[in-house]
Design a protein around this ligand. Structure first.
Ligand code: GDP
Ligand code: MG
Length: 177
């Protein structure tokens, strides 16, 4: 049979956020259902992963890009996300600085990404002990509301909300088509 038209167009989806927030881990969890302890080589990114997500009766193809450590030097090139259809912007709930930097990420995104880009803010490492938590869920929710973006807390370790986050992105992309 001919491929259905809606599976043909891959939607470029990019993981953004400070180094160490769990971008690579989140993508590995979504792709393989596994969590690997220890930091992934920061400079060797895994490039992109193609995933097909089912939304109702149709399939949405996501081409998910992981930054290869450029985020450490705040030099993720703008050209890299100029043609992105969706952005997953992560912070780490145990790292206040990564949360504070979200505003700066959003300024750049608003300047260089497409106006209709789908953005989802994710507070990752939600599995942490309450003593380790530095950013409350309400703070994430408020920031997301202020910037009119969707929000979820995730854990690349336990898998909490990981699939749900990508499903929500796929659903939104399909709705905007
Ligand atoms: P990246 O630099 O944003 O790609 O972050 P990595 O995926 O390399 O993760 C940085 C560190 O945080 C690694 O030690 C991971 O094992 C850890 N990590 C990532 N996600 C989670 C999570 O959801 N929970 C916990 N507890 N640790 C995580
Ligand atoms: Mg990484």
């Amino acid at each position: 049979p001919l491929p259905s038209p809606d599976t043909d167009v891959p939607h470029k989806t990019i993981l953004l956020g400070d180094s160490g927030v769990g971008k690579t881990s989140l993508l590995v969890q979504f792709d393989t259902g596994k969590f690997q302890t220890g930091t992934f080589s920061a400079t060797v990114g895994i490039g992109f992963t193609n995933k097909v997500v089912c939304v109702d009766d149709s399939k949405v193809k996501l081409q998910i890009w992981d930054t290869a450590g450029q985020e450490r030097f705040r030099s993720v090139t703008h050209a890299y996300y100029r043609d992105a259809h969706a952005l997953l912007l992560l912070y780490d709930v145990t790292n206040k600085t990564s949360f504070d930097n979200i505003r700066a990420w959003l300024v750049e995104i608003r300047e260089y990404a497409q106006d209709d880009v789908v953005i989802m803010l994710l507070g990752n490492k939600a599995d942490c002990q309450s003593s380790e938590r530095m950013v409350r869920r309400e703070d994430g929710e408020r920031l997301a509301r202020e910037h009119s973006v969707a929000f979820m807390e995730t854990s690349a370790k336990t898998g909490q909300n990981v699939e749900l986050a990508f499903m929500a992105i796929a659903r939104e992309l399909k709705a905007r088509k």
